[in-house]
Design a protein. Structure first.
Length: 230
């Protein structure tokens, strides 16, 4: 049985205790911790890397949606809130589920049944991005190219692009991005999208299935060849 690691994020202590009580009925669940605001939750998620978070949307300071924008490792999310006007936005970002306070036992059980099934099935890692007023939940495996743009990373998936506030250095350290190769200071490409490789003396040009051409310097070409031999 897979252990499901959980973090509870809610500014109301009573709401956190109620979720803890209901989670006690699930032996496969380990609650790693609780957070009362987005700042505390961000640190906890980055260090503990939970599988699932129960997330209040409306909190003092940053909202739950603001929190998700800062994460390059995105756990599964079940929103828990008293404000039903957030329901549409929750499903726009493909949250696993949405629970209204006070949470009913049977509704909680349904959400947990879905969570156990999906997490046990090893869903692909994703990233949550708000770009120009729209919310996107994108699987890392569907992104073919990442480019550095000042303090942002431009994520290309198909013909679409969004800006994500992070650096390529941070993405290189992210285990969810292990399918990407750093082509230079300003680019990373998904090795699963390689269509062809053209060798040019000691350099190299990689063509992606989506049409992009990525030129590798001699140094990067050597590193790339060594990686592919592993």
């Amino acid at each position: 049985m897979k252990t499901i690691k959980v973090v509870i994020i809610d500014d109301e202590r009573g709401a956190r205790l109620e979720l803890l009580r209901m989670l006690n009925g699930y032996p496969q669940v380990t609650v790693l911790g609780e957070a009362a605001d987005a700042d505390e939750a961000e640190l906890m998620i980055r260090s503990l890397r939970p599988d699932l978070i129960f997330l209040d949307i409306q909190m003092p300071g940053r909202s739950g949606l603001d929190l998700l924008e800062t994460l390059d490792h995105l756990p599964h999310v079940i929103f828990v809130t008293a404000f039903d006007q957030y329901a549409i936005r929750a499903f726009e970002v493909s949250a696993m589920d949405y629970l209204m306070k006070p949470v009913r036992e049977e509704r909680f059980a349904k959400a947990m049944s879905q969570a156990i099934e999906r997490i046990g099935g090893h869903d692909e890692p994703s990233v949550f991005v708000k770009d120009r007023g729209r919310y996107h939940l994108i699987k890392w495996k569907d992104i073919q190219l990442i480019e550095s743009v000042e303090n942002y990373a431009r994520l290309w998936f198909g013909k679409n692009q969004v800006l994500f506030k992070t650096s390529l250095n941070k993405l290189e350290e992210n285990p969810d991005c292990r399918m990407f190769f750093r082509a230079g200071r300003g680019q990373m490409f998904n090795m699963d999208f390689i269509k062809s490789i053209l060798k040019e003396d000691n350099a190299m040009t990689v063509e992606l299935t989506t049409g992009e051409l990525i030129r590798l310097s001699e140094r990067q070409a050597t590193k790339f060849k060594n990686l592919r031999r592993q």
